[in-house]
Design a protein around this ligand. Structure first.
Ligand SMILES: [Zn+2]
Length: 428
């Protein structure tokens, strides 16, 4: 069955079993079309987005094409959002080993995304500006979708059958207990704004700085425990495709994931983004910057029709026709309540803020990397050079926690220690 579905030129009529297999497996034998639209309203002018539908993994090879979409919601000014829009993708790509296959590139992406986010944060902080930003970066390669995110700009997935799932995690101190514990353990204080008289108002914030987010890019003045290490999730859609909605909190504070998906279902991506923004404004008014990018991943044989997200009852009919009452037996296989239809295969998910877990685990690069290339900033160093910097630069005694990860240059090691709340002593 699998080999029949993989054959390049499909015969005019395939056996039903083969069609069902293709539908459910999404084995990538044909590349989907990617259509997109975006919309937004500015109140503070700190939201930015990125649309790059024509990236090539291998220069000059159109079969290695992939698309990138991103939303950046800045705070305390827009400079961190602008900087991330301009540099984040390049930093991610420079952390991907060269000369690897498509399969290897998809496997290398989660690690490269972590390196790229941290590198962007280090570079922005060097500028000495105070602003910060959320970053939600989405890589679409065939039917495989990889999402990396810090902050609270969400990416949701709407698949056939009307199942809506969240591909990001909100890094908000108010709602994320794990992140509150991490920030507190690293030396930050988490509490509400205290008015004179002791009255507490607003959401939980991190002090110093008073940020409501626990992860971001930038935010030099807030403390290193507000980390740029993204939650990363990689899924493979079925050959039926699906729709992604990537948006800043101006949308999600007004609309649930389900509502956002519902209001634009059946409409082409170009219109869908506008409709989601319109609905959010209708619900809550223009309280915040509001940015929305809609991406449709459409099977190439459906190219002339709008995104074929069929009404739920028809899909249920089809499902019960195919599977009888056993259709729900696959629910829960993914360990994710929201991905309740087996058409989405979860390939990877990791949200830890510990760099060792994100860079060091299960990593074996087939390409020959120089032994002392920093896993974050990709700078080559010799150990001797490193030692000289360490002695000459006044770096006295950083009590680094034992490090089982790959080689890091001195700057990136300092960053790692600071993010984990380890004290660094400096000679002035
Ligand atoms: Zn480095």
């Amino acid at each position: 069955m699998a080999s029949a579905a993989r054959e390049g030129n499909r015969p005019p009529s395939l056996p039903l079993a083969t069609l069902i297999g293709r539908e459910l497996r999404g084995d990538g034998s044909e590349r989907p079309l990617v259509r997109y639209g975006h919309s937004g309203f500015a109140k503070r002018g700190e939201d930015y987005f990125l649309v790059k539908p024509d990236c090539l993994r291998v220069p000059g090879d159109p079969t290695s094409a992939f698309s990138v979409f991103a939303v950046f919601d800045g705070h305390n000014g827009g400079s961190a959002a602008v900087f991330s829009k301009e540099h984040l993708l390049d930093h991610v790509m420079s952390a991907v080993p060269q000369g690897i296959s498509r399969e290897e590139w998809l496997q290398a992406l989660p690690r490269a995304l972590v390196a790229g986010f941290v590198k962007t944060d280090i570079d922005f902080q060097r500028k000495g500006e105070a602003s910060g930003t959320t970053a939600t970066l989405v890589v679409v390669d065939g039917f495989t979708v990889t999402v990396a995110s810090v902050g609270d700009s969400r990416c949701i997935l709407d698949t056939h059958g009307g199942v809506v799932s969240l591909l990001t995690v909100d890094h908000r101190l108010e709602e994320n207990v794990e992140e509150r514990e991490r920030v507190t353990a690293s030396g930050g204080e988490v509490s509400r704004l205290n008015l004179c008289g002791g009255q507490e108002v607003g959401p939980l914030r991190c002090w110093p700085g008073g940020l409501c987010l626990s992860r971001s890019i930038g935010d030099t003045d807030v403390g290193e425990f507000i980390v740029p290490i993204p939650h990363v999730k990689q899924v493979k859609l079925s050959n039926a495709g699906g729709r992604l909605i990537i948006a800043s909190d101006g949308i999600w504070d007004a609309l649930s994931s389900e509502t956002a998906a519902q209001v634009c279902r059946g409409l082409p991506a170009e219109l869908a983004g506008k409709l989601v923004v319109k609905q959010a404004l209708k619900t809550s008014g223009l309280k915040d910057d509001t940015t929305c990018v809609v991406v449709d991943i459409i099977p190439s044989d459906h190219s002339s029709t709008p995104p074929p997200l069929s009404p739920k009852k028809n899909q249920n009919k089809l499902r019960s026709l195919l599977f009888g009452r056993k259709s729900h037996s696959s629910v829960g296989k993914l360990g994710n309540k929201s991905s309740s239809f087996s058409s989405v295969e979860e390939l990877f998910e990791e949200g830890s803020a510990m760099l060792e877990e994100r860079l060091g685990r299960n990593f074996s690069s087939k390409s020959k990397l120089p032994q002392f290339r920093c896993a974050i900033c990709q700078v080559d160093q010799t150990p001797f050079e490193d030692l000289m910097t360490e002695n000459g630069g006044g770096y006295c005694s950083a009590p680094s926690t034992p490090w089982g990860g790959p080689y890091l240059c001195l700057d990136c090691r300092k960053k790692k220690d600071a993010m984990e709340g380890n004290v660094i002593f400096w000679i002035s």
